[in-house]
Each structure stands twice: as structure tokens, then as C-alpha cells.
Design a binder for this molecule. Sequence first.
Ligand code: GTP
Ligand code: MG
Length: 206
Amino acid sequence: MNEMEIYGVYGKYLPRVKEFVMNKIVEMNQTEILRKNEKLYEHLIGRVKTEDSMIEKCQRKGLSLNSKSSLTECKDAIGIRVVCNFIDDIYRVVNLLKQQDWCNVIKEKDYVSNSKQNGYRSYHLIVSVKTDFPGIEAPKNGRYFVEVQLRTIAMDSWASLEHEMKYKHNVKNAEQIGKELKRCADQLASCDVQMQTIRQVIHEND
Ligand code: GTP
Ligand code: MG
């Protein structure tokens, strides 16, 4: 199989579906600002998984290299990260996403309330997106899957640094480094709670 074909004929639509979803989230934010004068998030990023990483993932999971595996069995060909100011905002975005008519939440993992053992925190959603707009062809029931990760700025900085360093330490000191990283994650989580409390106090005085 030609490795360029992991997404088959659908590859060319992925950037547009990503843009579509990002625009919808931007609109949700504008609506919230008008309604409550409070933004939903600090920033938003999106990516389409490169063909090479998708091939690597399919091989790792023992899936055949075709568009069914890359777009239906794997559900993170399109990834969007919403980086929020406060913990509450993560849940505001999750609740709003559940009310949207252009997508359905089909899976969620709350690593914010239940952090991973290494200290990783983030809220993960898999949404299925209706793509019945002109010029888009979709693999299954007219839908694409998108992974949405929601985090605070503090959670995001920890995840970036941990990701950066994951590949750089050797097995000898891995345990010690893991403990230190966990401690940093917990300190940042405690700051997030304090920041949230400060905002609440400010609101009570409004
Ligand atoms: P995949 O099939 O590999 O996507 O695994 P999964 O479905 O079990 O995914 P999960 O929802 O646990 O994590 C998916 C994504 O979250 C990863 O691709 C990372 O971007 C991020 N992530 C999860 N765990 C960690 C972690 O420990 N550290 C960092 N930095 N990122 C993580
Ligand atoms: Mg993933």
C-alpha cells in the first residue's frame, strides 16, 4: 500500500473539517462573551495527525492501513485543544459542546477530576461531527470524529513540558523524575483551585 493513502480519498477534507469545528468553537465563545461577558477559553489550537504518525498508530494497534482504521477506528485524526483560564471553564465548554447540533459527544474522559497516575490532567472528548455541508465527503454516515482536549493554562504547560522530557530521560532515574513531575502537577493543580476561588470571590463582590 502507498503510505500516502492512509486517509484515502478523505485526507484532503480533514483540514476543512478541523477549520469547521474550530470556527464553531470560536462562535460559541463569541456568544458566551455577549451573554455573560466572560470568555470560554484563553486559546484554541488544532492539528491534523500527520500520515506518518497515523500509520505508526495503526501499526501499534494492529490495525490495517486504510481509511476505515485511520478515520473510524482511530478517532483522533483531527485534534483540537481548548486551553482555558479556569477549571470551571473546562466544564462550561464541555456542557456547551453537548448542546450543539453540529456534533455529538460519543466518549469522554475526565482526567481533570481523576488525574492520571503521572499527574496528567485534561478533559478529553471524542465528538462526531455532521459534515453535511457542500464539498465534503465523509467516510461513515456523513460524519468525522474529532478529539477535543480541554485544559487550563497550568495543565497545558505541565503536559507540554512532560511530553518534551518524556523522551529525554533514561531508565535509571525515571522513577525519581516521575515523582518530581507528579509533584509539579499537583502544585499546579492546587494553584488552579486557588485561582478559581479568587475569581469566585471577585464575582461575589460584583
Ligand atoms: P490513544 O489511542 O493513543 O489516543 O490513547 P487513548 O485513547 O487511551 O488516549 P487518551 O485519551 O488517554 O490520551 C490521548 C491524548 O492525550 C494523547 O495523544 C496525548 O495528547 C494526551 N495525553 C494522554 N496522556 C498523557 C500524558 O501522560 N502526558 C501528556 N503530555 N499527554 C498525554
Ligand atoms: Mg489519542
